[in-house]
Design a protein around this ligand. Sequence first.
Ligand SMILES: Cc1cc2nc3c(=O)[nH]c(=O)nc-3n(C[C@H](O)[C@H](O)[C@H](O)COP(=O)(O)O)c2cc1C
Length: 187
Amino acid sequence: MIQETIVTTQNSFGATHIAPMGIHTNGEELIILPFRPSTTLENILASQTAVINYTDDVRIFAGCLTERRDWPLQPAEKISGQVINGALAHCEVELMHIKEDPIRPKLYCKTVHTVNHAPFKGFNRAQYSVLEAAILISRLDRLPLEKIESEIAYLRIGLEKTAGDREFEAWSWLMAVIENHKKSLSA
Ligand SMILES: Cc1cc2nc3c(=O)[nH]c(=O)nc-3n(C[C@H](O)[C@H](O)[C@H](O)COP(=O)(O)O)c2cc1C
């Protein structure tokens, strides 16, 4: 199973990096799969640790893909790292071993500490729409414009029926990127 999370990592100077990542789970094992080149990858190799944040605030997913990476943080409890404020839960993990790959290495991690901060309040279709649109944007240069437009039109249906303020805000950031992309194609 793949869970869409926010991974926070630190470089050797203690600066925190925030990135959405799909974490592969297999029982207790968590596998992080960063595409090279990746700051997340470099930081985990340097520190041997990461924090996996579980959040329903989709603005963080959309924000990280639209140059808005400055989200409030608080210190992790058992490792040197930072947790996203407002995460529903987080896991503090240590790197166990790596399956090397020139494109997308697999970082096998073990959980050393888990904290639940707030209850899960159910699925929301607008949050799904924002996540899918964020993934489209992370692949903008590799996808034909027609595919992007048709997928956005479909995702907009769930968004408009079920979004709250956070989801509309996140969606607006992503749509601005698509509009700029379209302009750059027609220039
Ligand atoms: C929902 C979602 C899941 C993502 N999962 C991954 C992933 O598993 N691996 C990856 O390299 N990038 C993933 N991305 C894209 C990264 O977040 C983005 O490219 C980021 O800048 C990663 O590079 P960095 O480690 O240098 O920050 C995902 C993006 C979204 C919106």
